[in-house]
Design a protein around this ligand. Sequence first.
Ligand code: HEC
Ligand code: HEC
Length: 139
Amino acid sequence: MRMINRKLTVVIALLASVTATAATAINKADVVHYENLKVLPKDISSHDLQSIMADDFDDGLGVTCGFCHANAKNGHGLDFASDAKPEKEIARQMMRMTMGINKKYFKLKHPRIGNQALVVLCTTCHKGQAFPDGAAGDN
Ligand code: HEC
Ligand code: HEC
């Protein structure tokens, strides 16, 4: 009887630790912390950040993520925190300008990129093109 109890205790302890590990993994996936945000709020949710990148930027400029984000050093995918591509810094200037226009001319109190209330968006000028002035780019 004692032997069985001990075995049961071990099994329960193992189960508990497996459950705890799974819970930690899920929590870690939820808590995103970005490393290099200079314009967007540092505590932005991953949902908001992704929709800005995909809707405002990719669709607004007619590009994909790699237009602004450099390749990862290990050759796998993109290094989103890296500032190696100049397009990323230009995009930051464009973000500040776009928020500034909405604040100054349209009196929006806390203009934020990605906010539906913005009067002027990336796509207002870009209309799905990286080079709105029609200058020849590399695309
Ligand atoms: C037009 C340029 C542009 C495009 C296209 C773009 N991004 Fe970004 N991305 C930026 C800029 C600029 C920042 C930094 C914003 C800041 O400083 O607040 C950023 C930041 C990020 C970050 C945060 C990185 C960190 O840890 O600091 C992630 C993740 C990201 N982008 C993912 C994406 C994904 C995924 C796509 C494609 C769906 C994409 N981006 C397309 C310009 C772009
Ligand atoms: C008021 C008009 C206007 C708005 C709004 C605007 N842009 Fe631009 N953007 C331009 C013009 C014009 C150029 C072209 C400059 C050139 O060709 O030298 C440009 C160029 C760029 C470039 C550089 C392309 C390259 O490689 O030379 C990026 C990146 C960019 N914009 C991102 C954005 C993003 C992201 C937003 C929204 C946050 C935005 N822009 C909003 C007018 C605008």
